[in-house]
Ligand binder design. Sequence first.
Ligand code: ADP
Ligand code: MG
Length: 380
Amino acid sequence: MGQEHRHRKDEAQSLSSPQKAIGTNSARGVPIVFRNVTKRFGSFTALDGFSMAIEEGEFLTILGESGSGKSTILNALAGFIPIDDGEISINGKAVHTLPPEQRGVGMVFQNYSLFPHMDVADNVAFPLRMRGVPKQEARKRGEEALGIVRLSGLGHRFPRELSGGQQQRVAVARAISFHPRVLLMDEPLGALDLKLREALQFEIKQIQRSLGCTVVYVTHDQREAMAMSDRIMVLRSGRIEQLGSSADLYDRPRTKFVADFIGQTNIVPAVRSGRQVVLDHLGLTITPPAIPEGVAPLFLNLRPEKLMAKRADGQEVEFPAQVQETVFLGDMISVSAVTPSGISIYFRQPRQAGFSLNPGDAIWLSFDPSDAVLVVDGSP
Ligand code: ADP
Ligand code: MG
C-alpha cells in the first residue's frame, strides 16, 4: 500500500497537467483566496463582499441550506460564472478572469453531468483532450483515474449502463484525470442512498489523501460535513456564519443558527444576570464558563448527551420534565420530554441506565454547568 501510494504520487508529479496554468510542479494542494467577491444575479446579490481563505491541501466543506450561495461560490471558483467585483486567487495567482480550463480545477456536479453519448473512457479522457493531450495518452491516463475510483475495465460502458454510484465515480474520475490541484464537489452524493453515500465518503477522503489536492466540498448534510472535513464553513444567505473544525462547530457554536444546524441540540432562552444566566424555562440560574458579549438575545445550547435523567430531585442543577416519547437507537434510547413551561427537551440515555423511561414518567434532568454553551441569535 505504502509503495503503491508513493508510486501513484510520483506518477502524478511526472504527469502533471501539460498546460500549467497554475504555478508550481508540485502535486500538492494549493491555497485559495476569495477577496471581497461580489456576485449579483440581476437585482439579487448572492455574494456581497465575500472573503475566505482555504489552506493548501485542506478538505473544506461549505455547509448551508438550499439557496445560501454554496454553488455560486464553487461556480465562481471554477470559472463557470463571472464575478462582478473582487478577486479570486489560486496558489497566489488571480484566476477570476481566466477560462475554466486554465484554472487547474476539477469539478464534480450533483447530477453527474456525464456525456451520455460518450463511453466511460471518453468521458474520463475528455478534460485531458480539452487540454491538448493526444488521444492514446489521454485514454491511458483516463484508465489510471478509473483505477483510482475502482472502476478499472468499465471504460467501454456507456453512462446509462452504470448504477448511480458508479456514474458518480466516473464523474470523480473525470474530475481528477488531469491531476488538478483543486477539486470541487457540489453535493456529489446527494442523489445516492445512505449506505452508498457513506461508502463513497470514505473513498473521496482516500482519493484526496492519495492525490493531495485541495478539496472544496459542498453539502447541506451536516453529518456528511462533520464526517469528511478538516474545516466546515457554515454559510447563511451568502455570508460566513462560522468557520471551524467539526469539533469547534459542535462544541463551541457561536450562534443559535450554527448550534441548531450542527447535530441535535436543545436551545433554551437565557437572560444575562452579571456572570450568571437565568433560564426561566428550566427554573434555574447557572454560572456558565463564558457569556458572549453584546446585546443579541442569548440562548443556552445544551446537547442531548450532556443531560442525565433521574427519578428524583437531588442535585443543584436540575429541572423537572415529563417524558413524551422514547425511540430505540440500539446502544442508546433517545428521549423527548417536556418542561412544565412547555418546551421540548431531547436527551439520550444508555440502555443500561438501570431504569427504563416511559411516556408520562415524571423525571429530573441534570447537567454540568461547565457544559453550558451560550449562543446568540443574530449574525456573528
Ligand atoms: P445553493 O447552492 O446554496 O443552494 P446557489 O448558490 O445556487 O445556492 O444560489 C444562491 C442564490 O442565488 C439563490 O437565492 C438563488 O436563487 C440565486 N441564484 C443562483 N443562480 C442564479 C441565476 N442564474 N439567476 C438568478 N438567481 C440565481
Ligand atoms: Mg447548490
